[in-house]
Design a protein around this ligand. Structure first.
Ligand code: HEC
Ligand code: HEC
Length: 181
């Protein structure tokens, strides 16, 4: 009885893996694009989009994998600061990452990261160029209404105003900013 049970669960696993591989067969770009069909918004996602508020449970794995893969050389930038197209290109072209070669995030993890990044970023406007620097991103500017941002700002500079940037906390500000009107 017990053996039979084991076999059956193996068979189920095998079929799942098979379906998964077929689904992934269409090439990375194709699959990312297919995954882009807008989801019907529900209250859970609406609450979290556009803020650095707690991430709903089902995006936690994506967030964790994002931090694992994208915070070793610089602080991880929150998806909200760049349009969706920027994240898509960065995931698809790891071999040309600002003069560095990154390892591609293996499947299926890359899709889980993508699902997190696309859910918490917004699409580029029509006729807009994809920005690859926060200083060129309209979303980054919109999140900083009070700040006169230096034109040379990069990921290395976030920490000067966001002391929690290494812990992915962009809510916390230095006292100087916290206290100003
Ligand atoms: C091997 C080191 C390394 C890893 C890992 C890495 N990056 Fe980078 N990243 C860099 C370097 C180097 C720069 C350019 C630094 C500079 O000029 O300020 C950069 C810059 C960036 C920028 C531009 C920030 C700005 O406005 O200046 C973004 C966005 C970015 N990386 C996203 C990512 C994402 C997403 C991942 C994970 C898939 C990732 N990085 C992983 C090295 C890395
Ligand atoms: C010169 C100080 C300064 C620098 C540098 C800076 N920020 Fe900010 N940031 C702020 C302030 C102040 C706010 C609050 C909004 C405002 O008052 O304009 C803010 C707000 C934010 C928010 C919105 C937080 C929320 O949930 O409401 C995000 C996200 C953010 N910053 C990300 C970044 C990132 C990423 C970097 C580095 C690329 C960065 N910031 C660099 C000062 C700064």
């Amino acid at each position: 009885m017990r053996n039979y049970h084991n076999l059956r669960s193996h068979a189920v696993l095998f079929v799942l893996v098979l379906v998964w591989s077929i689904l992934l067969g269409g090439g990375m770009a194709g699959v990312l694009r297919a995954a882009e069909t807008p989801q019907s918004p529900n209250s859970e996602t609406l609450v979290a989009i556009g803020t650095i508020d707690p991430i709903p449970e089902r995006y936690q794995t994506g967030l964790k994998l994002y931090l694992e893969n994208c915070s070793s050389c610089h602080v991880a930038l929150p998806p909200e600061v760049m349009p969706t197209q920027t994240w898509e290109t960065l995931l698809l072209e790891p071999e040309q990452h600002y003069g560095q070669r990154l390892e591609q995030i293996p499947r299926p993890f890359i899709f889980i990261v993508w699902n997190y990044l696309r859910t918490f970023s917004r699409p580029l406007g029509e006729d807009e160029q994809t920005p690859f620097r926060v200083t060129e991103s309209r979303y980054f500017k919109a999140l900083h209404p009070r700040v006169d941002l230096p034109p040379t700002l990069t990921a290395a500079g976030c920490i000067s105003c966001h002391p929690g940037a290494r812990d992915y906390n962009y809510r916390r500000l230095t006292p100087e900013w916290e206290d100003s009107p």
